[in-house]
Design a protein around this ligand. Structure first.
Ligand SMILES: Cc1cc2nc3c(=O)[nH]c(=O)nc-3n(C[C@H](O)[C@H](O)[C@H](O)COP(=O)(O)O)c2cc1C
Length: 190
């Protein structure tokens, strides 16, 4: 079976759990092939927030690319993917994506996804936001990227942090047609 490829990129913004959970969920989906890239700041946060080493994370992905491997398959538009999720996305990587500054495989990968008009979902995390953060989000949106800040919805009355993470991960994966039972319950009205 030809699998659908999805690039998952993790950066040094807080919220490593989003990238980890996404990979865990996709691992259960036979028709999907994940391509992981993590920045060096992402590795630091992964250790700090989840006590997880890079080597443990890479077990969750089908293909792992080095952040500086600018010749990797996903650095070319000729390599077909369904798109890319940056989870979480730092303001630095957001800036690079917004300005086409492809100096590492995350920003280059996003550049390729945008130029090929594939789906790019960016999960930026910072607070409060300064003007350049907001402008960069607007620029990515103007190019067709989707800005999906990991903001929990309290109306679903989740009783745990993981419940809130699952809901966000479920909503993002839904955008690629990955529907996994139990991640979140779609709103049906009051
Ligand atoms: C514990 C920790 C939390 C951080 N959280 C954020 C954050 O939420 N958003 C952000 O833009 N940068 C955050 N940073 C800073 C980024 O890691 C830093 O700007 C880094 O250069 C980003 O590089 P990258 O995009 O290549 O991963 C954090 C750094 C640390 C150590």
């Amino acid at each position: 079976m030809l699998k659908k490829r999805l690039i998952i990129a993790m950066t040094g913004a807080t919220g490593a759990v989003y990238g980890v959970r996404m990979l865990q969920v996709l691992q259960t989906q036979e028709e999907w092939e994940t391509h992981l890239i993590i920045s060096s700041a992402g590795v630091v946060n992964l250790k700090h927030e989840m006590n997880m080493k890079r080597a443990e994370l890479t077990q969750l992905a089908d293909v792992v690319h080095g952040i500086d491997d600018i010749a990797a398959s996903i650095s070319s538009g000729g390599f077909k993917t369904e798109g890319m999720i940056i989870a979480p996305c730092s303001m630095k990587t957001l800036a690079a994506v917004a300005h086409g500054f492809g100096d590492n495989l995350i920003s280059r990968g996003a550049d390729v996804v945008l130029k090929e008009r594939r789906r790019l979902v960016v999960m930026p995390r910072e607070t409060p936001l300064n003007l350049i953060h907001i402008r960069n989000m607007a620029t990515v949106t103007e190019m067709g990227g989707i800005i999906f800040p990991p903001m929990p919805a309290f109306y679903s009355k989740s009783d745990s942090l993981m419940g809130m993470v699952n809901e966000t991960v479920g909503r993002v994966l839904d955008m690629f047609g990955v529907n996994v039972d139990g991640l979140y319950t779609p709103w049906t009205g009051l």
